[in-house]
Each structure stands twice: as structure tokens, then as C-alpha cells.
Design a protein. Structure first.
Length: 172
């Protein structure tokens, strides 16, 4: 038997939609992703909960997917989270700054409100927008590989954050 390794990649991330038609149009026509799969059932396999749903999969260039559940009778979506709207988001990579600029234009031409380009840490250039379901999306170009120096800095930042927020520590 082989030893468990860290996961090799992202298969899919799933969100909720109230309108599969609008979701399909946005992800295929605006973002250019391909609808590659679906699953429909009357019962949730992982929980046994009853409820009819359609699960759709839109493929990214690397083969991973952004997926959605439309669940019969569910009328809430990501607009209604108590979290700040900017915090939960899905960041998707583009291959160059020119691709990022082109995506910005395509989104704006499609009537999507776009924020950015925002520069982060001299590494990432990003634009931000919402899909029809209230999911915040980020398209980002990473201008350089992350280094061991970046990892050391990240560990130091996390340690300092934890030290400054002892009330947040969870007993192990």
C-alpha cells in the first residue's frame, strides 16, 4: 500500500447557483470555459440527504473545474454570506499580463464590473469581479515563481500574526 502524499492538484471547487442558465452563459461565453460534465440526483451521495440537484462542471485550461450545484428549493446564494464580500474568492491563473489585460477588456465589454489591475507584493497582478451567483472571482498573473525566501517570509508573517492574536489559537 502506498503512503499518502499531498494532493497532486485541484479537481474541482463547487459553489451554489440559483440559475444554471445564467451560470452556464457566464462561464462559457464570458470566461470561455467549457461545460464538460454534469451529475443529477435525488439524494446527496456524501450525506444521504434528500434533495434534487444538478451539479455542473466548467473546465479550466489545466483540466480542473469550477463546479456548481443548483438545488431544488434553495433560494440563497453567495450574496448572503455574513463574511465580507471581498474575502471568500476563487483566484484563477492567466498566462501573461497581456492575457490579464485582454480578460479585463472582455469582461468590461460584457457588462461585468471589474476592479483592478491590483498589484500584490510585486508578484501577482489581479483583477476582481463577481459571477452571477455572487462568487467573487480573481484572474491573476503571477509574474515570478515563489522562492524559499517567500516561504520564510510567509512563515514569519504567520508566526507574528498568531502571536498578536492569541485568542484565536485553537487547542490541538
Amino acid at each position: 500500500m502506498s503512503e499518502f502524499q499531498r494532493p497532486s492538484g485541484l479537481n474541482h471547487v463547487a459553489y451554489v447557483t440559483r440559475d444554471t442558465g445564467a451560470t452556464r452563459k457566464f462561464y462559457t461565453e464570458v470566461l470561455g470555459m467549457k461545460l464538460v460534465g454534469s451529475a443529477e440526483d435525488e439524494k446527496v451521495g456524501s450525506t444521504g440527504d434528500a434533495g434534487r440537484f444538478l451539479h455542473t462542471f466548467f473546465q479550466l485550461g489545466d483540466g480542473s473545474c469550477v463546479a456548481f450545484f443548483e438545488i431544488e428549493g434553495v433560494q440563497s446564494d453567495h450574496h448572503e454570506s455574513p463574511l465580507p464580500r471581498w474575502a471568500p474568492h476563487l483566484a484563477l491563473s492567466v498566462g501573461s499580463r497581456a492575457e490579464l489585460d485582454s480578460a479585463h477588456k472582455r469582461l468590461a465589454d460584457s457588462g461585468v464590473e471589474v476592479i483592478g489591475v491590483v498589484e500584490h507584493e510585486g508578484i501577482w497582478s489581479s483583477i476582481y469581479f463577481f459571477d452571477p451567483n455572487g462568487v467573487r472571482l480573481e484572474l491573476t498573473y503571477q509574474g515570478r515563481e515563489l522562492s524559499e525566501d517567500d516561504a520564510v517570509h510567509a512563515a514569519s508573517s504567520v508566526d507574528a500574526w498568531i502571536a498578536g492574536h492569541p485568542e484565536a489559537e485553537v487547542a490541538g
